[in-house]
Ligand binder design. Structure first.
Ligand SMILES: Cc1cc2nc3c(=O)[nH]c(=O)nc-3n(C[C@H](O)[C@H](O)[C@H](O)COP(=O)(O)O)c2cc1C
Length: 177
């Protein structure tokens, strides 16, 4: 799918979340960007970090209509790497020379792929994404969650994954992808 990309952020590449997105990414035939391979530093009010990998990554993401945010649930929230990435989006809102990139995020669709050791993804976690997407003018497309309390067990999520994959594919088609 040429209009969809995933950004992945976990403390380990081949853990539960990594395996989950590899499966989904394979079904969708999309690229997965691992934020751990990027040098993206925390938000800086002085903007002394603009030469790190954040802007090139944003330029890459702007080439897609649908962005899948992939993270384990750590303490009812996202991974730290995902939080750092999301904080940096503020650069696009506050810096005059980057505002055009921020505006280009509008009307893109964001999804969430997550794992935890609970039955369901907690609502406060999902709201972080829903509310942030809304603030940025993005559409919230939906999510899929894998409960890994018994380890990573693909058979338990097969139905949820196939629904999610269809959802992403259908939205991609309606977006002209
Ligand atoms: C630092 C940390 C915090 C966690 N917090 C939660 C949590 O709040 N709720 C939950 O259900 N599971 C929690 N877990 C379990 C992970 O979400 C779960 O094991 C997940 O599948 C790990 O994915 P990973 O292999 O990509 O790291 C936590 C795990 C860690 C390491």
């Amino acid at each position: 799918m040429k209009d969809t990309i995933a950004i992945f952020a976990s403390a380990r590449r081949n853990g539960n979340t990594g395996k989950f997105i590899d499966w989904i990414g394979n079904e969708l035939d999309i690229d997965i960007i691992d934020l751990s391979e990027k040098n993206i530093s925390p938000y800086d009010y002085e903007h002394n970090n603009l030469n790190d990998d954040f802007i090139p990554l944003i330029n890459q993401l702007l080439g897609y209509e649908q962005i899948i945010f992939v993270t384990p649930i750590y303490w009812y929230s996202s991974s730290a790497q995902m939080k750092i990435f999301m904080d940096r989006i503020a650069d696009l809102l506050y810096l005059e020379e980057l505002k055009d990139k921020g505006r280009k995020l509008r009307d893109k669709t964001g999804y969430v792929v997550c794992t935890s050791t609970s039955d369901v993804a907690n609502q406060s976690f999902l709201n972080i994404f829903k509310d942030t997407f809304e603030y940025l003018g993005m559409n919230y497309g939906g999510y899929v969650h894998a409960n890994c309390a018994n380890g990573y067990s693909p058979n338990e999520y097969r139905e949820d994954v196939s629904k999610f994959v269809e959802l992403v594919k259908c939205s991609d088609l309606s977006a002209g992808g």
